[in-house]
Design a protein around this ligand. Sequence first.
Ligand SMILES: Nc1ncnc2c1ncn2[C@@H]1O[C@H](COP(=O)(O)OP(=O)(O)OP(=O)(O)O)[C@@H](O)[C@H]1O
Ligand SMILES: [Mg+2]
Length: 246
Amino acid sequence: MPKLEVEHIQAFYGRAQALRDVSLTVDEGEVVSLLGANGAGKTTTLKVISGLVRPAAGTVKFDGERIDGKSPEAIAALGIAHVPEGRHIFPGLTVRENLYLGATVRHLRRSQLNDEVDRVLEFFPALREHLDRRGWALSGGQQQMVAVARGLMAKPRLLLLDEPSLGLAPIIVKQLFRTIGEINQKERVTILLVEQNAPAAFSVSRRSYVLETGRVVLGDTVERLVRNEMVRRAYLGLGGAESSGA
Ligand SMILES: Nc1ncnc2c1ncn2[C@@H]1O[C@H](COP(=O)(O)OP(=O)(O)OP(=O)(O)O)[C@@H](O)[C@H]1O
Ligand SMILES: [Mg+2]
C-alpha cells in the first residue's frame, strides 16, 4: 500500500478549474517530486493533500485511510506537514518562536520544545546562531531553512515541500537539497516535493510526476525521465536524448 495515494483529483477556485485529473502515489520512505510550469496546479495539489483546498472529485488516502474532506488540523495531526510556497515564516517572531509553532500539533512542554529545536538544528546548524533573530532579519535562504525546519518540528511522517528552491542562489539550492536528502534518510520521513527546478528535484527524488494545466501527463523514475524528450526540452533545457551524444 502506498503511503500517499491521490486519485483522480479535480479542484476549483470558484468556477475556475485548477485540477482536472491528478493521480499520484508516494511510497513509504520515498522522495517523489512534482514538476510543472507556473499555474500548472502544483501548489493546489499540495493544498488538496493538506486539506487547505477541498477537492470537487477524487480521493486522497494516507496510510490507506481517506483524508479528503478532513480539516487541515486533523490532517496535520495525522503526521502530514506542509511547508508552503513563499515560506510564510512570521517576520515579527524569532527563529526559535517560528520553530515552536511547527510543533503546535504535538502539545509539548517548553523543555521538550527546546529538545526538538536541537533535533531539527542538526539538519540546519547554520541557524543556531540566529535563533534569537526575528524572521524579517533573515536572508531568503535562512528563511527557507526555518520554513523546512519548522515543518520538521511536527515530526511528520509525510513532508510536503512547495518550491523550496524559489529565489535561492544555486549554491544554496544545492546545499538545501542535500539536506532534504539527509532529512529523508535520517528521519525516515516520506517527502513529496513540488519544484520548477527539475535538476534540483531530480538530485533528490527517485520518481517524479509532470503536471500540465491541472493534469498529470507523465510519471516515472527519474532515471527514465531524464531520457524523455519532453522533459529534456521543457525542464532540463537540453535537446533530445539522441542529439546529446550520450
Ligand atoms: N486562490 C486562488 N483563487 C483563484 N485561482 C487560483 C487560486 N490559487 C491558484 N489559482 C489558479 O489555479 C491554477 C493553479 O494554480 P497553482 O497555484 O496550483 O499553480 P502552481 O503550479 O503552484 O504555479 P506556480 O509555479 O506559479 O506556483 C492557476 O490557474 C491559478 O491561477
Ligand atoms: Mg505554486
